[in-house]
Design a protein. Structure first.
Ligand SMILES: Cc1ncc(COP(=O)(O)O)c(C=O)c1O
Lengths: 157, 414
């Protein structure tokens, strides 16, 4: 049996396997200002995202409680990492860019200001080859945006 | 059917040659299609039957007085005869064509459930039902005051017969509706025994035979069933056609499900009267081509023969259970004594969706998720599993390919 998993490295890069197995932010926050749930009824994945704001309104910390595949956990963890310190609107802009990335594999029109966080999220770009898995990567973001918008529940795509 | 060796007449290579799609490659590898329980592939006989009908003999049925309509009606009604013979139904008028199993179950819930069950009565299902044999009853419960009862299963995935009987004891259950074979655990339920117990307590009994009829001969008279539902696309037939068989006296008492053309005897603005069964339940232009395709599928299955199919699949299942259970960290759901060609499993280190995506890279198609059986998943403390399921064209070598790939997948997630 040759090939097979070797080509899978483009989807399951070490970053994803590592963050999927050992998420750094995979816990409820002791105190938080907003939270929201996301649910993917197609596959039973579920995530709850918690956000704590700094006094200046930026995101001080994000945590999550999730059940799902390696891609959704890794995506939630990298999300929590990259939105820290951002203003809510910047987090929204980053999500828009990230969504293009996982849907198409690239984000040509993306703002140069997002280059750094997008590079961190780039290992997830491989999911564009698996349309049914794109939602795994975007689910935690939907929950985050819902929390920032003051909603309890992410509306599904 | 306990003979595990395929009959000498069973030549899997010859059978595979009947399925054009099996010559496809996926991601540069030969397709290993282990998702037949979701929908089976189609033999050339089915493809040709539908194509020939469209090219040479097609019109609407039951209405034209012209040659094409007469011939098409004959071909379509021949499908009803083929279905009746397949299930050993005593009367061809007891075969109602529907879209799929889901529609058959909804038809019974609406027509029988709302009109012949009384509020306060109960419907009894099992803990290993597909959503299509759960949701119609939840809807009936909410709209009509019918209680829904669920008979538990053991850890092995077998129906707890003592508990099942106890749930019938108070005489409130008007209808038992139970799978004949679980699409997740592979368990065959003891249909004859279920029917006997249900009848002894005054309940009618329906079987969801979506999976069962694919792997073994079904005889509704031997079972002594009252309703039996199945779906064409899992039996190597086309999508869009399914079957509800019910005893004629029940169909006569049941009101129509949908209203429209084909199902009436006469219509005025004051009232309509219904056509005779089964047409009373077949409103609108039916799935004509699909009916013709379904007959071809039935002929195909019967030419191979259920004893040979059952033996082939029993051997495959035994092989799959042995090779998968040898993989470290792999848990197989259910261990029923009597089971068909479906094996669901979970890996300790990898989520079912990751497993399916990785297997896809080897050209292996399995299903991953809750398999439209969320309550059953929860019964086993899981959200999802991967599932390999087998058909007439599945080979032992394909199962070996799966087992080898799963070892690699597990290493990958080490
Ligand atoms: C046990 C069982 N019941 C019902 C169904 C529903 O079949 P269909 O989707 O064709 O209505 C399925 C298949 O998905 C099944 O496996």
């Amino acid at each position: 049996m040759s090939g097979g998993l070797d080509d899978l490295r483009d989807l399951y890069q070490d970053v994803i396997l590592d963050h999927g197995r050992h998420p750094r932010h995979g816990h409820r926050l002791a105190t938080f200002d907003a939270s929201a749930k996301g649910d993917n009824p197609m596959c039973g994945d579920r995530v709850e995202v918690f956000v704590r704001h700094a006094p200046d309104g930026t995101i001080a910390e994000t945590g999550f409680d999730a059940r799902g595949c390696a891609i959704s956990i890794a995506s939630a963890d990298l999300m929590a990492e990259t939105v820290t310190g951002k203003r809510p609107d910047d987090a929204r802009a980053l999500f828009a860019a990230f969504r293009d990335l996982v849907r198409t594999g690239a984000c040509p029109a993306c703002d140069a200001a997002l280059a750094d966080p997008l590079e961190r999220l780039a290992p997830l770009a491989g999911v564009h080859e698996y349309p049914s898995r794109v939602k795994c990567a975007t689910l935690p973001w939907h929950a985050l945006i819902a929390a920032l918008d003051g909603a309890q529940e992410a509306s599904s795509e | 059917m306990n003979d595990m060796t395929p009959s000498p007449g069973f030549d899997v290579d010859r059978i595979r040659a009947d399925f054009p799609i099996l010559r496809q490659t996926v991601r540069g590898k030969p397709l290993v299609f282990l998702d037949s329980a979701a929908s089976a592939q189609k033999p050339v006989a089915v493809i040709e039957a539908m194509k020939t009908a469209m090219e040479t003999q097609y019109a609407n049925v039951h209405r034209g007085l012209h040659w094409m309509s007469e011939r098409t009606t004959e071909a379509y009604e021949a499908a009803r005869d083929a279905v009746a013979a397949l299930m050993n139904a005593p009367d061809r008028h007891e075969i109602v064509f529907v879209r799929n199993s889901t529609e058959a179950l909804n038809l019974v819930a609406h027509s029988y459930g709302r009109h012949l069950l009384r509020p306060g009565q109960a419907v009894l299902i099992s803990a290993m039902e597909h959503h299509s044999n759960i949701v119609p009853w939840l809807m009936l419960r909410d709209s009509h005051g019918i209680e829904l009862r669920v008979a538990p299963i053991s850890d092995a995935g077998e129906l707890d017969m003592a508990a099942f009987e106890a749930l019938l004891e108070d005489g409130k259950v008007g209808l038992v509706s139970i799978t004949h074979m679980s699409n997740v655990l592979g368990t065959y339920t003891p249909a004859e025994r279920i029917a006997r117990i249900a009848h002894a307590h005054g309940a009618k009994v329906m079987f969801d035979g979506s999976q069962a009829i694919v792997h073994r001969a079904v005889d509704v008279q031997a079972i002594d069933a009252d309703f039996y539902a199945w779906t064409g696309h899992k039996l190597y037939g086309p999508t869009g056609i399914g079957v509800l068989w019910a005893r004629r006296e029940l169909l006569e008492r049941m009101p129509p499900f949908l209203g429209g053309g084909e199902m009436i005897s006469s219509v005025s603005y004051e009232r309509a009267t219904w056509a005779a069964v089964p047409h009373k339940f077949e409103a609108g232009t039916p799935a004509i081509l699909e009916g013709i395709g379904l007959k071809a599928a039935i002929d195909y299955v019967r030419a191979i023969g259920y004893p040979a199919i059952a033996a082939h699949e029993a051997a495959l299942t035994e092989h799959a259970l042995a090779s998968l259970s040898a993989i470290e960290g792999l848990r197989i759901l259910g261990a029923a004594q009597d089971r068909g060609g479906v094996v669901s499993f979970a890996l300790d280190r990898a989520h079912a969706h990751d497993v399916a995506t990785l297997l896809d890279r080897f050209g292996i198609a399995v299903r991953a998720g809750h398999h439209c059986a969320e309550p059953l998943m929860h019964r086993f403390g899981l959200e999802s599993t991967a599932r390999a399921s087998f058909g007439v064209y599945t080979t032992q070598a394909e199962i070996d390919t799966l087992a080898t790939a799963l070892v690699r997948v597990r290493e990958f997630f080490a």
